[in-house]
Design a protein around this ligand. Structure first.
Ligand code: ATP
Length: 218
């Protein structure tokens, strides 16, 4: 199993201001499976993705990602898990401004010791980036930057790709193209995919759906 989440709890704030965001969330995802995470704004989609991505700890419950129990993992072990097993794609592309497209694409795979130049070239070709490899992020359009972010997430062939509204900043036509690339390339890479989205159309393209409401999955 890629994700085994049992009774995940998460609250923010203290005292009067304490607010429960996730309440007894259980979910499992098998290798290579795709799942759309939906729910209205503020329902906790990003919070759950951050917990799955070992970016933020849960307050309660059990969580195993790619076989690793997250309970009690220190910062270094969490960072290693992310580097080795997880690809992250966010709405803000989070590219490294001082690195070229080629440098951004290979960054995580190099850090994970899993650089595969042939796969990188294939990704760059599929993502329409071959002619832009020596450019810097600020010389690219939003759609191009998002394609670099997808390539970077997939370059290490991570077991799990977590995408948070990955097409939120793009016009509809570009968003559709980026979605197709993300789902096709994740399938080619053998990666499982969890994607938070507000788009019914994009959610419908993934095999499974989980809907967050009042802190619970429905
Ligand atoms: N670090 C934080 N500190 C305090 N509250 C937070 C924090 N992160 C998230 N929240 C709150 O948790 C709730 C869930 O936020 P989250 O971003 O997970 O929702 P979402 O479903 O991803 O929303 P959207 O669709 O608008 O991105 C919100 O009420 C938000 O204000």
């Amino acid at each position: 199993m890629l994700i085994e989440a049992n009774q995940i709890e998460k609250s923010f704030g203290t005292g009067e201001a304490r607010r429960t965001v996730l309440s007894g969330v259980s979910l499992s995802l098998a290798s290579g499976e795709t799942l759309a995470l939906t729910g209205e704004s503020g329902s906790g989609k990003s919070t759950l993705l951050n917990i799955f991505g070992a970016l933020e700890p849960a307050d309660g419950g059990n969580l195993r990602i790619a076989g690793t129990d997250l309970a009690g993992l220190g910062d270094t072990a969490r960072a290693r898990l992310r580097r080795d097993r997880i690809g992250l794609v966010f709405q803000q592309f989070n590219l490294v401004p001082s690195l070229t497209v080629a440098g951004n694409l290979s960054l995580q795979a190099r850090l994970a010791g899993r650089q595969d130049k042939g796969w990188e070239q294939h990704l760059a070709g599929q993502l329409g980036l071959t002619d832009h490899l020596s450019r810097y992020p600020d010389q690219l359009s939003g759609g191009q930057q998002q394609r670099v972010a997808i390539g970077r997430a997939l370059a290490s062939r991570p077991a799990l790709v977590l995408a948070d509204e990955p097409t939120g900043n793009l016009d509809e036509e570009t968003a559709d193209r980026v979605m197709t690339l993300l789902t096709d390339l994740a399938a080619e890479s053998g990666s499982g995919l969890v994607m938070a989205t507000h788009s019914e159309r994009h959610a419908a393209r993934l095999a499974r759906r989980a809907h967050l409401k009042l802190g619970r999955l429905r």
